[in-house]
Design a binder for this molecule. Structure first.
Ligand SMILES: Nc1ncnc2c1ncn2[C@@H]1O[C@H](COP(=O)(O)OP(=O)(O)O)[C@@H](O)[C@H]1O
Ligand SMILES: [Mg+2]
Length: 245
């Protein structure tokens, strides 16, 4: 599991996005993190993989401490935790297949026919095996996101962090991505933290909901509890969902 304890992160500019965040992500669950834009959701995800270093607190992934970890420990943690960036972050000058093969070689040392087999397997997992020789510029926004997910899961992480996986997508692609997240959880048993503003995405992927405001987790509970919560953001969020789903 992922255990976040009393984490503080500030920036030089005086911004203090995390001011004592504590959150558990039990193995096999998908926790959806909600919060206003700029509330520190991406800072929290980046802290879990050690891309940002909190000044105080503890984050453990499967028992390994991330905060203050040395390079070797960070490498081991990053092998366990995949991060799906909002943009998909594909290399534009590489084909889809090469984009997927890159992290395999870099983090696992897998090349040649084994790499080719894995690339095809994970393209099938995201429903796009026919795109292997395409360039990223030939893909739609939704396809790029799916390839971004494939590139993250190809190294077979036990944990996935999704940063706004459906933002800016049309409803059909949103549904496909949300279903892909659920499929990865059920079939590959991936434990996940998903940041989203999308009521539909929350509806189908969330086991529990955590709400971040003013640097703290103000609410943490089941979807039903979130629905009944009197936290204003959650009331507005779920009243929108009633119109959508
Ligand atoms: N590397 C950074 N350096 C300075 N400020 C940052 C950095 N990353 C994020 N911030 C600031 O921290 C706050 C929280 O950002 P972020 O976590 O990206 O918000 P969101 O909840 O929308 O994902 C924002 O005000 C943002 O500008
Ligand atoms: Mg963000």
């Amino acid at each position: 599991m992922i255990e976040i304890r009393d984490v503080y992160k500030a920036f030089g500019s005086g911004l203090r996005p995390l001011q004592g965040v504590s959150l558990d992500v039990p193995t096999g669950t998908n926790v959806v993190v909600l919060g206003k834009s700029g509330s520190g959701k991406s800072v929290l995800l980046k802290s879990i993989v050690g891309l940002l270093v909190p000044e105080h607190g503890s984050i453990t992934v499967a028992g390994e401490e991330v905060v203050g970890a040395d390079r070797r420990t960070l490498q081991s943690i990053r092998r366990k935790v995949g991060y799906v960036f909002q943009s998909g972050a594909l290399y534009d000058s590489l084909t889809v297949g090469e984009n997927l093969a890159f992290p395999l070689e870099k983090t696992r040392g897998i090349t040649g026919s084994e790499a080719r087999e894995r690339v095809m397997h994970y393209l099938e997992q995201v429903g796009l095996p026919e795109k292997v020789n395409k360039m990223p510029s030939e893909l739609s926004g939704g396809q790029r996101k799916r390839i971004g997910v494939a590139r993250t899961i190809i190294t077979e992480p036990e944990y996935l962090l999704y940063d706004e996986p459906t933002t800016g997508l049309d409803p059909q692609t949103t549904k496909e991505i949300a279903e892909l997240i659920v499929h990865l959880k059920q079939d590959l048993k991936i434990t996940a933290v998903t940041v989203t503003h999308d009521p539909y995405c929350l509806h189908i992927v969330a086991d529990t909901v955590a709400y971040l405001e003013e640097g703290k987790i103000l609410f943490n509970g089941t979807k039903d509890e979130a629905h009944r919560s009197d936290v204003e953001f959650l009331r507005i969020f779920f009243s929108l969902q009633e119109h959508r789903v």
